[in-house]
Design a protein around this ligand. Structure first.
Ligand SMILES: [Mg+2]
Ligand SMILES: [Zn+2]
Length: 179
């Protein structure tokens, strides 16, 4: 069993343009490379957990999602960062599935398939939903970052115990909690 940091994708790792799926829109946010590097160096394994209802709604195809992922993972690999798995929910919100965040289904899959020790794992995301996901899955905690980065200033992180201005600061917060 090992420790993971589960990462929301849109608005957290890459700019959320709204149903983001075009490869040319794949833009890493400030602090992402630095933060992920720190977490990996500290021994955390990394996985992406993302709602992609645009697939179920028919806004884009699974193949578009896969192409975007390939591009994102390639950009991160180039920076020396390896993401072990991507779990996504393709369903519409009204489908009643058990995998749409904050339902914990995707994290339970990560536990079963990757041996994730959820009680020692964290979630980083830009929405209250990501924080709730961590709670429902029994994670150690969650850190909320502002959607699309602090520079945009669109949304201040919630009042939850843990929030950080960007992913590098979120990583520092997790590592500090560990000591
Ligand atoms: Mg998000
Ligand atoms: Zn689902």
């Amino acid at each position: 069993m090992s420790r993971f940091v589960f990462l929301d994708r849109d608005g957290t790792l890459v700019r959320d343009a709204g149903y983001t799926h075009r490869v040319e829109d794949c833009e890493l946010l400030p602090g992402v490379v630095d933060g992920l590097r720190r977490l990996a160096q500290a021994g955390y394994r990394l996985a992406i957990v993302t709602n992609q209802s645009g697939i179920g709604r028919g806004y884009f195809r699974s193949a578009d999602f896969e192409a975007f992922q390939r591009r994102l993972l390639q950009d991160l690999a180039r920076a020396g960062i390896s993401i072990e798995a991507t779990y996504h929910c393709p369903h519409r919100p009204d489908a009643g599935c058990d995998c749409r965040t904050p339902e914990p289904g995707l994290l339970f899959r990560a536990r079963d398939e990757l041996g994730a020790d959820l009680a020692r794992s964290w979630v980083i995301g830009d929405s209250e939903r990501d924080i709730e996901l961590a709670r429902r899955a029994g994670c150690a905690g969650a850190v909320r970052v502002p959607k699309n980065g602090a520079a945009e200033g669109a949304e201040t992180p919630g009042t939850g115990a843990h929030s950080a201005p960007d992913l590098a600061a979120a990583a520092a917060k997790i590592l500090e909690r560990e000591r």
